[in-house]
Write a protein that binds this ligand. Structure first.
Ligand code: 5GP
Ligand code: ZN
Length: 113
């Protein structure tokens, strides 16, 4: 399967890794949209959050736990951050492997683009 995030997960595509867990990986976004822009992904391939079966929702908790740990360890909290999961064409998803964006280091705006 030709998936760039699977490539990062299996080490064939280089990335600036920030967390390497058994089931979850975090790395710096190639095109950062904030002073801190980290992508948190499951090592397992899910095409989007819509493709995670209810029986496997535990992985979503694990992605959240890594976001909390990174926010704590990198001093992002309590200033704050934004987690974003784009899904499908209207959601603006461009890479078809589930990922959570952790954005921080500036005031976020609302509504999002
Ligand atoms: P999406 O638009 O799917 O929610 O987000 C995809 C994100 O992946 C974008 O922010 C984009 O900059 C990032 N990205 C795409 N290809 C690569 C890559 O090869 N390496 C890294 N580190 N980030 C990537
Ligand atoms: Zn993948």
């Amino acid at each position: 399967m030709d998936c760039v995030f699977c490539g990062i997960a299996n080490g064939t595509v280089p990335a600036r890794l920030l967390h390497e867990g058994e089931r979850v990986l975090a790395f710096a976004d190639l095109n950062p949209q904030a002073p801190t822009h980290i992508l948190i992904i499951p090592r397992a391939h899910y095409a989007s959050i819509q493709d995670v079966p209810a029986a496997e929702f535990g992985i979503i908790g694990e992605l959240t736990a890594v976001a909390q740990d990174l926010a704590r360890a990198r001093g992002i909290w309590p200033a704050g951050y934004r987690l974003v999961v784009n899904a499908g064409p209207d959601g603006g998803q461009t890479v078809g492997h589930l990922h959570v964006h952790l954005l921080a280091g500036r005031q976020m705006t609302w509504p999002p683009g």
